[in-house]
Design a protein around this ligand. Structure first.
Ligand SMILES: [Zn+2]
Length: 288
């Protein structure tokens, strides 16, 4: 008996070593390298979805696109054991930003939600609010000045709306309610604007908001009613991102906006698919 077991000892040790190596490598491969924040502008078709992946394993998802396409994207970007998204931001409840988030709420654990909480009668928005209630997810109503810490040196700063607007009815002019904010990591600033239009851009400039950013996510998928020349020169980005579906029926991005953007590095989800940036404390660079 002892002899038989003794013969097996080398194999048992070898097996234990192999298992330990597999475990260590799976952790190494699954983890974002230390201090790098990944910001992924997801290709979800005609809509918008941005995933921020912090080195401490926290994630922020800003909008979810028009369908469950976001689920496949999250499956690719998140480690297999990570089923929690720490913060979801809904810029405004239009379906090209909201629909995907409903699917995310059904399948992921969500730490908290930041939204405007405006009144809107769509069936999807009802479902969204129902799920939040059912899952008892804490909600923060957006208001300029909020600064939400995500990880060391990483925060989301809210720039718009200027005050809370929850419960208010904007008679379908939901673009004017869109949350505008910055992802701030070290020296980097990434400005997201949802579907905010010139009206919001003007207000931000009027109240003296610091809109400067290294990366600008172009408002309303490149509609001509957003991204005014004045706003663009105030933001002064190095790169601009357009989240847009190929051959969409709105003609986004418009030739007018592309003309205004011609001196910038333009990335488009309809042409470039997923756009992945990796940021250290000093700068962001295209990851792949
Ligand atoms: Zn939109």
């Amino acid at each position: 008996m002892w002899l038989r077991l003794k013969n097996k000892i080398p194999y048992l040790i070898l097996m234990a070593l192999v298992l330990a190596a597999v475990f260590v490598w799976s952790r190494v491969l699954a983890q974002t390298p230390e201090n790098l924040v990944k910001i992924d502008f997801l290709d979800v078709g005609q809509g918008s979805a941005i995933l921020v992946n912090a080195p401490n394993g926290n994630q922020v998802l800003i909008d979810g696109g028009p369908s469950d396409a976001v689920l496949a994207e999250l499956g690719e970007e998140l480690p297999i054991y990570d089923k929690k998204i720490e913060l979801i931001i809904l810029t405004h409840p239009d379906s090209d930003h909201l629909s995907g988030l409903i699917e995310v709420l059904k399948r992921y654990e969500v730490g908290q939600i930041l939204e405007t909480g405006i009144a809107d009668s769509s069936a999807e928005y009802k479902e969204w609010n129902g799920l939040i209630e059912q899952k008892k997810i804490p909600v923060i109503f957006a208001s300029a000045g909020q600064n939400i810490a995500i990880a060391d040196n990483l925060a989301i700063k809210i720039l718009y709306p200027l005050g809370k607007i929850n419960g208010q009815d904007f008679s379908k002019n939901t673009n004017a309610t869109s949350i505008v904010g910055k992802i701030i990591y070290g020296q980097n600033a990434i400005l997201f604007t949802g579907d905010a239009e010139e009206q919001t851009e003007k207000i931000l400039q009027m109240v003296g908001t610091d809109v400067r950013a290294d990366i600008l996510v172009v408002g309303h998928h490149g509609s001509k009613t957003s991204t005014s020349v004045e706003f663009l020169s105030a933001v002064a980005p190095l790169s601009v991102i357009i989240q847009v579906g190929a051959n969409n029926r709105y003609g986004h991005p418009t030739t007018e906006v592309l003309e205004r953007l011609k001196n910038f590095n333009i990335f488009r989800t309809d042409l470039d698919k997923d756009i992945n940036f990796s940021c250290d404390l000093a700068k962001c660079a295209l990851a792949r």
